[in-house]
Design a binder for this molecule. Structure first.
Ligand code: ZN
Length: 146
């Protein structure tokens, strides 16, 4: 993608080529949510295991473009092992970065590698690619009652 800075492009490609937390979890006890971005053909499954208010494990299956897959990989890193409240904070901060409407006051959240995706905002057609894993995570959190 032209227009993305080199460093950001490298982070995105690294997560695309070596995706973190790929696979599936046994359901139950985990829940699974399906996401689909018809604009690009991206498909994703987010498996989520929440115990005692903590995201114990998260895994991602599916296929799609480099933006959707790298965003999913980064998402798993950002929420795995975190208290549910922190996972919601990252979720909200990421959606804000992508220009989506989010209720409540913005909080100062360190997004780490996820900041590599902020350049995607310049390509409105790709925003759905970048946010697919997160929308699907939000569904899985709902499903898990978290
Ligand atoms: Zn895509």
């Amino acid at each position: 993608m032209p227009g993305l800075e080199d460093l950001y492009r490298e982070i995105i490609l690294d997560h695309y080529r070596t995706p973190r937390n790929r696979g599936a979890l046994e359901t139950p006890p985990a829940v699974v949510a399906q996401g689909h971005n018809p604009l690009c053909g991206d498909e994703i499954q987010v498996y989520l295991l929440v115990e005692d208010g903590v995201v114990r494990d998260v895994k991602v299956g599916g296929q799609g473009c480099s933006i959707s897959q790298s965003s999913a990989s980064m998402m798993t890193q950002a929420v795995k092992g975190k208290p549910v409240a922190d996972a919601h904070r990252v979720l909200d901060a990421f959606r804000r970065m992508m220009g989506l409407d989010v209720d409540g006051e913005p909080e100062d959240v360190n997004l780490g590698d996820l900041e590599a995706l902020q350049g995607v905002v310049k390509f409105p057609v790709r925003i759905k690619c970048a946010t697919l894993a997160w929308t699907t995570l939000a569904q899985a959190m709902d499903e898990a009652g978290a």
